[in-house]
Ligand binder design. Structure first.
Ligand code: ZN
Length: 275
Protein backbone atom coordinates (compact mmCIF):
# COMPACT_ATOMS: atom_id res chain seq x y z
CA UNK A 1 0.00 0.00 0.00
CA UNK A 2 2.99 2.27 0.52
CA UNK A 3 4.06 1.92 -3.07
CA UNK A 4 1.49 4.19 -4.65
CA UNK A 5 2.78 5.98 -7.71
CA UNK A 6 4.65 9.02 -6.44
CA UNK A 7 4.00 11.42 -9.31
CA UNK A 8 0.36 10.69 -10.07
CA UNK A 9 -1.16 13.34 -7.87
CA UNK A 10 0.80 16.54 -7.32
CA UNK A 11 2.03 18.94 -9.98
CA UNK A 12 5.15 19.72 -7.92
CA UNK A 13 6.11 16.06 -7.83
CA UNK A 14 5.50 15.89 -11.58
CA UNK A 15 7.85 18.78 -12.18
CA UNK A 16 10.52 17.22 -9.95
CA UNK A 17 10.13 13.87 -11.71
CA UNK A 18 10.48 15.54 -15.11
CA UNK A 19 13.66 17.30 -14.01
CA UNK A 20 15.02 14.04 -12.62
CA UNK A 21 14.09 12.24 -15.84
CA UNK A 22 15.97 14.84 -17.85
CA UNK A 23 19.04 14.45 -15.66
CA UNK A 24 18.83 10.68 -15.82
CA UNK A 25 18.37 10.84 -19.59
CA UNK A 26 21.66 12.74 -19.80
CA UNK A 27 23.37 10.16 -17.63
CA UNK A 28 22.04 7.34 -19.78
CA UNK A 29 23.25 9.10 -22.92
CA UNK A 30 26.71 9.24 -21.38
CA UNK A 31 26.60 5.49 -20.92
CA UNK A 32 26.44 5.39 -17.13
CA UNK A 33 22.95 4.00 -16.87
CA UNK A 34 21.81 2.63 -13.55
CA UNK A 35 19.80 -0.55 -13.04
CA UNK A 36 16.70 -0.93 -15.18
CA UNK A 37 14.26 -0.23 -12.37
CA UNK A 38 15.92 3.11 -11.61
CA UNK A 39 13.60 4.75 -14.15
CA UNK A 40 10.49 3.51 -12.35
CA UNK A 41 8.63 6.73 -11.79
CA UNK A 42 9.84 8.96 -14.55
CA UNK A 43 7.53 10.44 -17.13
CA UNK A 44 8.89 10.30 -20.62
CA UNK A 45 8.79 13.58 -22.49
CA UNK A 46 7.85 12.16 -25.89
CA UNK A 47 5.21 9.45 -26.01
CA UNK A 48 5.30 9.49 -29.80
CA UNK A 49 8.21 7.15 -30.14
CA UNK A 50 11.50 7.48 -31.90
CA UNK A 51 12.64 7.41 -35.43
CA UNK A 52 13.88 4.91 -37.95
CA UNK A 53 16.63 3.03 -36.17
CA UNK A 54 14.85 2.34 -32.89
CA UNK A 55 13.85 -1.34 -32.59
CA UNK A 56 10.18 -0.44 -32.20
CA UNK A 57 10.20 2.77 -34.25
CA UNK A 58 6.90 3.31 -36.04
CA UNK A 59 5.10 0.73 -33.88
CA UNK A 60 2.04 1.47 -31.78
CA UNK A 61 1.39 -0.63 -28.70
CA UNK A 62 -1.62 -0.57 -26.41
CA UNK A 63 -1.09 -1.32 -22.72
CA UNK A 64 -4.21 -2.06 -20.71
CA UNK A 65 -3.57 -1.87 -16.95
CA UNK A 66 -6.43 -3.97 -15.55
CA UNK A 67 -9.16 -2.40 -13.36
CA UNK A 68 -8.95 1.02 -11.61
CA UNK A 69 -8.14 1.63 -7.96
CA UNK A 70 -11.47 3.31 -7.22
CA UNK A 71 -13.74 0.72 -8.88
CA UNK A 72 -14.98 -0.53 -5.50
CA UNK A 73 -16.23 2.99 -4.72
CA UNK A 74 -18.45 3.03 -7.82
CA UNK A 75 -20.49 -0.21 -7.77
CA UNK A 76 -23.34 1.23 -9.85
CA UNK A 77 -20.99 2.38 -12.62
CA UNK A 78 -18.87 -0.75 -12.82
CA UNK A 79 -21.86 -3.11 -12.65
CA UNK A 80 -23.50 -1.45 -15.66
CA UNK A 81 -23.81 -3.91 -18.55
CA UNK A 82 -21.76 -3.10 -21.66
CA UNK A 83 -21.16 -4.81 -25.02
CA UNK A 84 -18.41 -7.41 -24.79
CA UNK A 85 -18.44 -9.08 -28.22
CA UNK A 86 -21.83 -10.56 -29.05
CA UNK A 87 -23.06 -10.44 -25.46
CA UNK A 88 -23.10 -8.04 -22.54
CA UNK A 89 -21.26 -8.12 -19.24
CA UNK A 90 -20.49 -5.72 -16.39
CA UNK A 91 -18.41 -2.66 -17.24
CA UNK A 92 -15.54 -3.76 -14.98
CA UNK A 93 -14.73 -5.45 -11.69
CA UNK A 94 -12.84 -4.40 -8.58
CA UNK A 95 -9.97 -6.80 -9.22
CA UNK A 96 -8.24 -8.79 -6.52
CA UNK A 97 -5.48 -8.00 -4.00
CA UNK A 98 -2.72 -9.69 -2.04
CA UNK A 99 -3.58 -11.01 1.42
CA UNK A 100 -1.70 -7.97 2.72
CA UNK A 101 -4.06 -5.62 0.84
CA UNK A 102 -1.93 -4.53 -2.13
CA UNK A 103 -4.56 -4.00 -4.86
CA UNK A 104 -4.42 -5.57 -8.31
CA UNK A 105 -5.23 -2.17 -9.85
CA UNK A 106 -2.06 -0.70 -8.35
CA UNK A 107 0.01 -3.67 -9.44
CA UNK A 108 -1.21 -3.50 -13.03
CA UNK A 109 -0.71 0.27 -13.09
CA UNK A 110 2.85 0.09 -11.80
CA UNK A 111 3.88 -2.70 -14.17
CA UNK A 112 2.19 -0.87 -17.06
CA UNK A 113 4.21 2.27 -16.39
CA UNK A 114 7.46 0.35 -16.27
CA UNK A 115 6.54 -1.42 -19.49
CA UNK A 116 5.58 1.85 -21.16
CA UNK A 117 8.94 3.39 -20.25
CA UNK A 118 10.76 0.42 -21.77
CA UNK A 119 8.73 0.47 -24.98
CA UNK A 120 9.10 4.22 -25.42
CA UNK A 121 12.85 3.84 -25.01
CA UNK A 122 12.73 1.29 -27.81
CA UNK A 123 11.00 3.84 -30.04
CA UNK A 124 7.38 2.71 -29.77
CA UNK A 125 4.32 4.88 -29.49
CA UNK A 126 2.39 3.65 -26.46
CA UNK A 127 -1.32 4.08 -25.76
CA UNK A 128 -2.62 3.42 -22.25
CA UNK A 129 -6.26 2.48 -21.66
CA UNK A 130 -6.25 4.38 -18.37
CA UNK A 131 -4.23 7.37 -17.22
CA UNK A 132 -4.49 7.31 -13.45
CA UNK A 133 -4.66 4.96 -10.49
CA UNK A 134 -6.95 6.71 -8.05
CA UNK A 135 -9.57 5.93 -5.44
CA UNK A 136 -11.85 8.63 -6.90
CA UNK A 137 -11.87 7.18 -10.44
CA UNK A 138 -13.46 4.12 -12.03
CA UNK A 139 -13.16 2.25 -15.33
CA UNK A 140 -12.85 2.50 -18.22
CA UNK A 141 -15.29 -0.28 -19.07
CA UNK A 142 -14.11 -3.40 -20.89
CA UNK A 143 -15.73 -2.31 -24.15
CA UNK A 144 -13.66 0.89 -24.14
CA UNK A 145 -10.49 -1.01 -23.26
CA UNK A 146 -11.29 -3.51 -26.00
CA UNK A 147 -11.67 -0.87 -28.70
CA UNK A 148 -8.72 1.26 -27.63
CA UNK A 149 -6.10 1.30 -30.36
CA UNK A 150 -8.40 0.02 -33.12
CA UNK A 151 -8.64 3.44 -34.81
CA UNK A 152 -4.90 3.97 -34.50
CA UNK A 153 -4.28 0.56 -36.07
CA UNK A 154 -2.06 -0.40 -33.16
CA UNK A 155 0.27 -3.36 -33.66
CA UNK A 156 -0.72 -5.22 -30.51
CA UNK A 157 -2.40 -4.95 -27.13
CA UNK A 158 -1.32 -6.40 -23.80
CA UNK A 159 -3.83 -6.40 -20.96
CA UNK A 160 -2.09 -6.71 -17.59
CA UNK A 161 -3.71 -8.44 -14.61
CA UNK A 162 -2.94 -10.37 -11.45
CA UNK A 163 -5.00 -13.42 -10.53
CA UNK A 164 -6.77 -14.11 -7.25
CA UNK A 165 -7.00 -17.87 -6.75
CA UNK A 166 -7.44 -19.20 -3.22
CA UNK A 167 -6.46 -22.75 -4.25
CA UNK A 168 -3.66 -24.01 -2.03
CA UNK A 169 -0.23 -23.57 -3.61
CA UNK A 170 -1.63 -21.96 -6.78
CA UNK A 171 1.06 -19.79 -8.32
CA UNK A 172 2.72 -18.68 -11.55
CA UNK A 173 1.69 -16.67 -14.63
CA UNK A 174 -0.62 -17.54 -17.49
CA UNK A 175 -1.38 -15.93 -20.83
CA UNK A 176 -4.92 -15.72 -22.17
CA UNK A 177 -5.55 -15.62 -25.92
CA UNK A 178 -8.86 -15.43 -27.82
CA UNK A 179 -10.68 -18.42 -29.26
CA UNK A 180 -11.78 -18.35 -32.91
CA UNK A 181 -15.25 -16.83 -32.74
CA UNK A 182 -16.77 -15.19 -35.82
CA UNK A 183 -17.12 -12.33 -36.38
CA UNK A 184 -15.40 -11.10 -33.24
CA UNK A 185 -12.01 -12.73 -33.00
CA UNK A 186 -11.72 -14.66 -36.25
CA UNK A 187 -9.39 -11.95 -37.61
CA UNK A 188 -7.07 -11.90 -34.61
CA UNK A 189 -6.99 -15.34 -33.02
CA UNK A 190 -4.03 -16.65 -35.04
CA UNK A 191 -1.63 -13.72 -34.44
CA UNK A 192 -2.89 -13.48 -30.87
CA UNK A 193 -1.93 -17.13 -30.35
CA UNK A 194 1.54 -16.29 -31.68
CA UNK A 195 1.71 -13.29 -29.33
CA UNK A 196 0.68 -15.56 -26.45
CA UNK A 197 3.46 -18.03 -27.25
CA UNK A 198 6.02 -15.22 -27.53
CA UNK A 199 4.80 -13.79 -24.22
CA UNK A 200 5.11 -17.14 -22.48
CA UNK A 201 8.63 -17.62 -23.86
CA UNK A 202 9.67 -14.11 -22.82
CA UNK A 203 8.27 -14.37 -19.29
CA UNK A 204 10.03 -17.71 -18.86
CA UNK A 205 13.24 -16.15 -20.11
CA UNK A 206 13.22 -13.58 -17.30
CA UNK A 207 12.84 -16.39 -14.78
CA UNK A 208 9.09 -16.63 -14.24
CA UNK A 209 7.23 -19.93 -14.02
CA UNK A 210 3.97 -20.84 -15.70
CA UNK A 211 0.89 -21.29 -13.54
CA UNK A 212 0.50 -24.65 -11.83
CA UNK A 213 -3.26 -24.28 -11.40
CA UNK A 214 -4.55 -23.58 -14.92
CA UNK A 215 -5.91 -26.49 -16.93
CA UNK A 216 -3.32 -27.85 -19.31
CA UNK A 217 -0.43 -26.72 -17.16
CA UNK A 218 1.26 -25.02 -20.13
CA UNK A 219 0.68 -21.44 -19.00
CA UNK A 220 -1.80 -20.79 -21.81
CA UNK A 221 -5.54 -20.29 -21.69
CA UNK A 222 -8.09 -19.50 -24.42
CA UNK A 223 -11.22 -17.56 -23.58
CA UNK A 224 -14.17 -16.15 -25.46
CA UNK A 225 -15.80 -14.24 -22.58
CA UNK A 226 -13.46 -11.24 -22.32
CA UNK A 227 -14.65 -7.96 -23.86
CA UNK A 228 -11.15 -6.50 -23.78
CA UNK A 229 -9.97 -9.24 -26.13
CA UNK A 230 -13.16 -9.71 -28.17
CA UNK A 231 -13.44 -6.07 -29.24
CA UNK A 232 -9.79 -5.61 -30.20
CA UNK A 233 -8.90 -5.55 -33.87
CA UNK A 234 -5.21 -6.22 -33.25
CA UNK A 235 -3.30 -9.18 -31.84
CA UNK A 236 -4.21 -9.18 -28.15
CA UNK A 237 -3.40 -11.15 -25.04
CA UNK A 238 -4.30 -10.81 -21.40
CA UNK A 239 -1.60 -11.79 -18.92
CA UNK A 240 -2.27 -12.91 -15.36
CA UNK A 241 1.26 -12.24 -14.18
CA UNK A 242 0.93 -14.13 -10.92
CA UNK A 243 -1.51 -15.23 -8.26
CA UNK A 244 -1.79 -12.35 -5.80
CA UNK A 245 -3.23 -14.65 -3.11
CA UNK A 246 -0.11 -16.81 -3.16
CA UNK A 247 2.52 -15.54 -0.69
CA UNK A 248 5.45 -16.29 -2.94
CA UNK A 249 3.91 -14.60 -6.02
CA UNK A 250 2.72 -11.74 -3.80
CA UNK A 251 6.25 -11.24 -2.57
CA UNK A 252 7.43 -10.66 -6.13
CA UNK A 253 4.42 -8.58 -7.15
CA UNK A 254 4.74 -6.18 -4.21
CA UNK A 255 8.46 -5.59 -4.75
CA UNK A 256 9.92 -2.98 -7.05
CA UNK A 257 12.45 -5.45 -8.44
CA UNK A 258 9.71 -8.01 -9.03
CA UNK A 259 7.60 -5.57 -11.01
CA UNK A 260 10.66 -4.59 -13.04
CA UNK A 261 11.06 -8.27 -13.94
CA UNK A 262 7.47 -8.49 -15.19
CA UNK A 263 7.95 -5.35 -17.27
CA UNK A 264 11.22 -6.63 -18.70
CA UNK A 265 9.52 -9.89 -19.67
CA UNK A 266 6.61 -8.14 -21.36
CA UNK A 267 8.91 -5.78 -23.27
CA UNK A 268 10.83 -8.81 -24.47
CA UNK A 269 7.54 -10.37 -25.59
CA UNK A 270 6.73 -7.30 -27.67
CA UNK A 271 10.15 -7.36 -29.31
CA UNK A 272 9.89 -11.06 -30.09
CA UNK A 273 6.45 -10.65 -31.62
CA UNK A 274 7.24 -7.57 -33.70
CA UNK A 275 10.56 -9.02 -34.76
ZN1 ZN B 1 -7.80 -8.53 -13.16
Amino acid sequence: MSRRCAIATTPLATVLATVLATVLGTVVTLGVAGPAHATHDFRYPSPDGGGGNAPLGGRTIVIDPGHQLGNHNFPRQIDRMVPAGGFRKPCNTTGTATNGGYPEATFTWQVARLLRARLVRLGARVLMTRHSNREDRWGPCVNVRGRDGNKQKADLKISIHGDGSFAAGARGFHVIAPTDRRPWTHDIFRPSRRLALDTRTALRRVGLRVANYIAGGDGLDHRSDLGTINLSNMPTVMVELGNMRNPSDAHRMTSRAGRATYARGLALAVRRFLG
